[in-house]
Design a protein around this ligand. Structure first.
Ligand SMILES: Cc1cc2nc3c(=O)[nH]c(=O)nc-3n(C[C@H](O)[C@H](O)[C@H](O)COP(=O)(O)O)c2cc1C
Length: 200
């Protein structure tokens, strides 16, 4: 486990022009600008088949589920920006989390990777609600399903196709300040959580 508190930034969309990838990248850049060690990853680089119990019985979880779990393990906090699909979690992210939840390691408690780090959520949507309903569903999966600690602080970017300027920043200063606050809160919580896990 590295000595510096590290944050991982992901989006729940693999689409090339994804607004949520833009939000995840901006959050990552905000972290780096504040001296926080940060990694930006694309879950599109970890393709997995749709979860199926027979596939699992035959082959076990896909290698990419293990790889993404390993990536999470070297970070102490995770920011996920996810679009809302029909008021819920994107199938891509849900499938990724479902497979990751099936990775078993001997001697490791179930879901340890989720239970031993802290998460913060964001959403960007071209619509007016900003994806709040999707985040409520994601929160349920993460907290009740995976046992994760999810910060109450979150950022919603409504009308997101007009919300970013040419530098990838949010045009609205209040929204930019909120994003900075979410990232800083995540970094502080990750630092505390890391201390607890390290027995400090
Ligand atoms: C199947 C589907 C369902 C969607 N449902 C919603 C929705 O419930 N609420 C919403 O605000 N946008 C919804 N959208 C629009 C997405 O927010 C929009 O396509 C967004 O740009 C996708 O995120 P991305 O840009 O990060 O890929 C939906 C899009 C798709 C493809």
């Amino acid at each position: 486990m590295p000595h510096t508190t590290r944050l991982l930034f992901l989006a729940g969309s693999a689409r090339e022009g994804s607004l949520n990838k833009r939000l995840a990248k901006l959050a990552h850049d905000v972290a780096e600008a504040n001296g926080i060690a940060a990694t930006l990853a694309d879950i599109g680089d970890y393709p997995m088949p749709i979860y199926d119990g027979d596939t699992e019985a035959k082959e076990g979880p896909p290698e990419n589920a293990r790889k993404l779990k390993a990536l999470m393990e070297v970070h102490h906090g995770v920011f996920i920006a996810m679009p809302e699909y029909n008021a819920s979690v994107t199938p891509l992210l849900k499938n990724t989390l479902d497979w990751m939840s099936r990775v078993k390691v001997e001697g490791e408690p179930p879901l340890a990777v989720f239970k031993t780090r802290v998460f913060a959520l964001g959403a960007a949507s071209p619509g007016g609600f900003g994806g709040v309903r999707g985040l409520t569903a994601l929160r349920q999966t993460m907290e009740l399903g995976l046992g994760a600690l999810v910060l109450p602080d979150q950022i919603l970017v409504a009308r997101a196709n007009e919300a970013f300027d040419d530098h990838g920043h949010l045009k609205d200063k209040g929204q930019m300040d909120l994003l900075k606050a979410v990232v800083q809160r995540l970094a502080r919580a990750a630092h505390v959580m890391r201390g607890a896990e390290d027995g400090a």
